[in-house]
Design a protein around this ligand. Structure first.
Ligand SMILES: [Zn+2]
Length: 250
């Protein structure tokens, strides 16, 4: 299969996310902006870049026959993150926004996890928060802004900026990883293991996210597979959505 290049992927993601955001927050109809799924700042097209949720540095460690058989973009899962420098408590954070933040704080840990032998590996909280944050981005990639703009989404957006410790509001069952043995070779029967990186099941107040040989949970506020009424003014509360546009910092 021919790989769609990154500039084209960015256009596709931008338009898909714009449609989704406008349907949930109609005032975005009138401007050409998107909310970054982590810092939640409203920004223009040039201030976003394509993010490989499973980082490229981890994918480069995949077995050679896997790299040959399945394009990198398919193994990573793509979304958009901002590249506009972050200013936290009045201080400019070096680098390019949330994209660099993930690259610095989470991608090395994700690479270590994906290559880990769990019989021997020492897993620290940074590893766990890295996986949790990748899971949150996977939920956003699959279900859009209804994830980010919910109360549980705000919690995950805040967690993204605390890479070394879990926030007290993160449920305990979202602070653990279930891991099996990782595959070290490619064969056609197990292609799914390497292809779509995230398998998501909704289970009451959490989403169970499976990434290759690891399973973990990310909190959700409502079942995102249930339809949302995006236009009707009167309806049962489970179909209603009140977007929470709170940013983690000003
Ligand atoms: Zn951002």
């Amino acid at each position: 299969m021919k790989q769609i290049d990154i500039p084209a992927q960015k256009e596709i993601l931008w338009h898909r996310l714009r449609t989704d955001l406008k349907s949930l927050v109609p005032r975005f109809d009138n401007d050409d902006l998107l909310l970054c799924p982590t810092c939640c700042r409203p920004l223009g097209f040039d201030e976003f870049s394509v993010e490989h949720i499973v980082p490229k540095q981890a994918l480069r460690c995949d077995p050679a026959n896997v790299r040959q058989a399945i394009p990198q973009n398919e193994r990573s899962g793509l979304t958009l993150l901002c590249q506009k420098p972050l200013v936290i408590k009045g201080k400019r954070v070096p680098g390019h926004g949330c994209n660099s933040w993930k690259g610095k704080h989470f991608d090395p840990s994700l690479r270590e996890l994906l290559g880990a032998d769990f019989q021997k590996a020492r897993i620290n909280t940074r590893h766990q928060v890295s996986l949790y944050s990748a899971g949150y981005l996977a939920l956003f990639r699959q279900f859009g802004y209804q994830i980010s703009l919910s109360p549980a989404g705000l919690l995950s957006r805040r967690q993204f900026f605390f890479p070394n410790t879990f926030l007290p509001d993160v449920p305990l069952n979202c602070q653990m990883i279930l891991a099996g043995e990782r595959r070290s070779e490619f064969n056609e029967d197990e292609k799914a293991y390497w292809c779509e990186p995230f398998n998501i099941k909704i289970d009451d107040q959490t989403a169970l996210v499976v990434l290759r040989n690891m399973g973990f949970r990310v909190p959700i506020s409502r079942d995102p597979t249930q339809p949302l009424a995006r236009i009707l003014p009167y309806l049962p509360s489970k179909f209603k959505f009140r977007p929470d546009l709170t940013t983690v910092f000003e």
